[in-house]
Design a protein around this ligand. Structure first.
Ligand code: SF4
Ligand code: SF4
Ligand code: SF4
Length: 356
């Protein structure tokens, strides 16, 4: 009697192995290269890529290929990107935020070299008897009309044009447009005795124009500061950049209520940025985006405790009547001081001659 054929697991496996041997070795001959490729992609098989008749490619070859040519190269590019761009950029932003967290916009009022230069030139102007011209209605136009300029410069020259240049939309010479017009670059290098930054780059119209704008701006800033307080600060993109994050820093100006404020406007007169909001508003609105945290408003407010420079919950300086009285002895709120002796005598001589 013939032995009954039993369908064992081993036999099923053998059948599958047989089929798969054909698929993996001769697959493309049976089902066509296109279909074999699709099957192979769906069920990656260990069929050698060097066999021209197989059912597709072994998964190991695209894996190696992808690792070698795609992921490897991408990682090298990512590494180059990480070390060449992301990390330096991150470090720049981290140090900026650490620094910014601690001192906030006091960077402008207390640290920035161009801010300091403008202020000191202004003081020199007062000593030489040059009166202060203010950015207020009826004088040099409304201060509020100038304010949007710093945002336009930040957006256009610090963000949009460098990105457009990186994308190949705008010429290479527009890659650093803000630095190319920055008066701080020229002024601070001049302070070191280096005049190179004043030189105009000939041969490229864009670079020449940007250099010429920088020289005009530095001239306007340094000469204008004799009569105008902080002329460049009003359009400075760093002030706009700082203003975006000013609420993140514990360092701030506080005028919690107007109850004790006498609406005398002395604080606005003392403010080098001519900010009307400090005398007109309270709370968040009193600490304006234009503020450089110089503290002059608090120094000149004659009311006790109305304006404060604060760091977190701590009050660093608080307005007081006694302090105000002492302060105005040395300098009036608008910065007017006693002119130098020889300036006074020269003025007297001129007046005397005119009267005669
Ligand atoms: S506004 Fe600009 S130039 Fe003026 S102090 Fe601030 S960073 Fe310096
Ligand atoms: S509001 Fe006060 S602290 Fe701010 S810039 Fe004006 S004077 Fe300086
Ligand atoms: S100086 Fe003081 S009292 Fe006068 S308007 Fe300013 S905050 Fe008010």
């Amino acid at each position: 009697m013939a032995e009954k054929t039993v369908l064992t697991l081993g036999r099923i496996r053998f059948a599958v192995q047989l089929v798969m041997l054909f698929v993996t070795v001769y697959g493309s001959v049976i089902v066509g290269t296109y279909m074999a490729d699709k099957i192979s992609n769906a069920l990656p098989a260990l069929s050698c890529a060097y066999d021209q008749m197989n059912g597709g490619y072994c998964v190991l070859i695209p894996t190696q290929h992808i690792l070698h040519h795609r992921i490897g190269e991408a990682l090298v590019r990512a590494q180059q990107l990480t070390f060449g761009m992301v990390l330096p950029l991150l470090m720049t932003f981290l140090t900026f935020f650490a620094f910014f967290f601690v001192i906030g916009k006091a960077f402008c009022g207390w640290v920035c070299p161009l801010g300091t230069l403008q202020e000191w030139i202004g003081k020199l102007g007062r000593r030489f008897g040059i009166g202060v011209r203010r950015f207020v209605p009826g004088d040099l136009g409304n201060v509020r009309r100038v304010r949007p300029l710093k945002w336009l410069i930040l957006l256009g020259l610090v963000f949009v044009l460098p990105l457009a240049t990186g994308l190949g939309v705008t010429p290479h010479s527009l890659g650093n447009p803000y630095c190319d017009i920055c008066p701080s670059r020229v002024a601070t290098t001049l302070l070191t005795g280096n005049t190179e930054q004043l030189a105009l780059r000939l041969g490229d119209g864009v670079s020449f124009t940007l250099g010429a704008i920088a020289n005009l701006l530095v001239g306007f800033t340094l000469v204008g500061a004799l009569a105008l307080r902080q002329p460049f600060c009003r359009i400075c993109p760093l002030l706009a950049f700082n203003a975006v994050f000013q609420r993140l820093s514990p360092m701030r100006l506080a005028k919690p209520s107007r109850e004790k404020c006498g609406s005398c406007h002395i604080c606005t007169e003392a403010c080098p940025m001519d900010i009307p909001e400090i005398s007109q508003q309270e709370g968040r609105k009193a600490y304006h985006e234009e503020c450089t945290l110089c503290g002059r408003c608090a120094e000149y407010c004659p009311q006790d405790g109305v304006i404060r420079l604060k760091w977190g919950p701590w009050s660093l300086f608080s307005s007081s009547r006694d302090y105000y009285k002492g302060r105005v002895q040395r300098e009036l709120p608008d910065g007017t001081v006693k002119p130098l002796k020889f300036v006074k005598s020269a003025a007297r001589t001129t007046h005397g001659a005119a009267d005669a």
